[in-house]
Design a protein around this ligand. Structure first.
Ligand code: PLP
Length: 395
């Protein structure tokens, strides 16, 4: 009898973390590898946020806090939703966890029974299906086409809903494609959900602030008929360059929020008191650097998209947000190149050109790869040159 549980056997380690780890190992072995796999801003946490954390330590905010977040952080989150999304929540509709990842995981653990289905549009963030599996649910993957900007359409959603569907996950702007849903697109999807009356919506808004070209961010809880069936998840990791601080939060129906708190009370308890104090400053303090950083990301996005589209065999859409592009490598998968799959492509790219990216199949869509451009322009320039000469060498 195996010591490892059956539920753990259903899942695999995160492939994006695996690529980052592989690139790190190769670098440590002396190879000049450029890692374009990591999903975190290369910028540092702003000083006002760091100062708030130092103050919290000196002030003795070093004890357990309320399990699902301090009252002051919950108040800052309520104000954020009002200020930025015109959404009204009470503090008992807010929960705070150790990163958005924990909030999502707890939400599935709190709501899924064996066999319950969760609709996950692909390409998807790698953790969604495995979290659903761990919680005993069934991921229902719906492939979204490049011609639809990799976004779920109302028609596809309608077809995917069954009697067992409990949740639909929406992630905009998206990891891995950077695609953002417009208000019209969300309204189309909402029509199906309003008619259906049952399915809950998990909106992952973690990339809300990283957006370009005046893209108007819209979140599905803003559709009043769906607000009481929507759990809106967000956090400080990406917007405020605070990935290591581990603070994420969600707002939604009181019963789900309470159930998430119950799991947290018997597992990790409160997220770090110091990180919570820092998150209060992130949400209440100056927001100026967000635009500055988005401008820097936009410059990189434009450079990367242009460079990729100049390579024979590669084509790349221009995303509205996040810091990822999701180019197609289908033009290079053939007998002549001896590459059959996107995994072959990324493995050879790492081996021959020392550039680490992640294969599209890890995100549920074959024939593509993900590049994170959250790294310096200098690195990106070098990486694009290497990718170009690697692809040129194949033909
Ligand atoms: N959701 C998406 C789409 C992400 O890309 C990530 C991080 O990579 C998360 C959620 C979780 O973020 P964190 O746990 O750092 O708050």
């Amino acid at each position: 009898m195996s010591i490892i549980s059956d539920s753990l056997k259903r899942i695999k380690p995160s492939p994006t973390i695996a690529v980052t780890q592989k690139a790190r190992e190769l670098r440590e072995a002396g190879k000049d590898v450029i890692g374009l796999g990591a999903g975190e801003p290369d910028f540092d946490t702003p000083d006002n946020i760091k100062d708030a954390a130092i103050h919290a330590i000196r002030n003795g905010d070093t004890k357990y806090t309320a399990v699902d977040g301090t009252p002051v952080l919950k108040k800052a989150i309520v104000e954020k939703f009002k200020r930025e999304n015109n959404l009204d929540f009470k503090t008992n509709q807010i929960t705070v966890g150790t990163g958005g990842k924990q909030v999502l995981y707890n939400a599935f653990m709190a709501t899924l029974n064996k066999g319950d289905e969760v609709i996950i549009p692909a390409p998807f963030w790698v953790s969604y299906p495995d979290m659903v599996l761990l919680a005993g649910g069934k991921p229902k993957i719906v492939k979204c086409d490049e011609k639809d900007g990799f976004k779920l359409t109302a028609k596809k959603l309608k077809k995917a809903i069954s009697k067992k569907t409990k949740w639909l996950i929406l992630n905009s702007p998206s990891n891995p494609t950077g695609a953002g849903y417009t208000k019209n697109e969300i309204e189309d999807i909402a029509k199906v959900l309003i008619k259906n009356k049952k399915v809950y919506i998990l909106s992952d808004d973690i990339y809300e602030h990283i957006k370009y070209d005046n893209f108007d961010f819209f979140t599905i809880a803003q559709i009043s008929k769906l607000k009481n069936r929507t759990l809106t998840m967000n956090g400080v990791s990406k917007s405020y360059a605070m990935t290591g601080w581990r603070i994420g939060y969600a707002a939604g129906p009181k019963d789900i929020i309470k159930a998430i708190g119950k799991i947290q009370s018997q597992s990790t308890s409160n997220p770090s008191s110091i990180s919570q104090a820092a998150a209060v400053e992130a949400l209440n303090g100056t927001q100026n650097f967000i635009q500055e950083r988005s401008n820097a990301f936009k410059e990189r996005r434009d450079f990367v998209v242009k460079s990729l589209n100049s390579i024979k065999g590669i084509s790349c859409l221009t995303p509205n947000g996040a810091f990822y592009v999701f180019p197609s490598c289908k033009g290079l998968l053939n007998k002549k190149t001896k590459l059959k799959t996107d995994t072959d492509f990324v493995q050879k790219l790492l081996e021959k050109a020392n550039v680490a990216v992640v294969q599209g199949s890890a995100f549920g869509l074959d024939g593509y790869f993900r590049i994170s451009y959250a790294t310096s322009m200098e690195n990106l320039k070098k990486a694009m040159e290497r990718i170009k000469s690697f692809c040129d060498s194949l033909s």
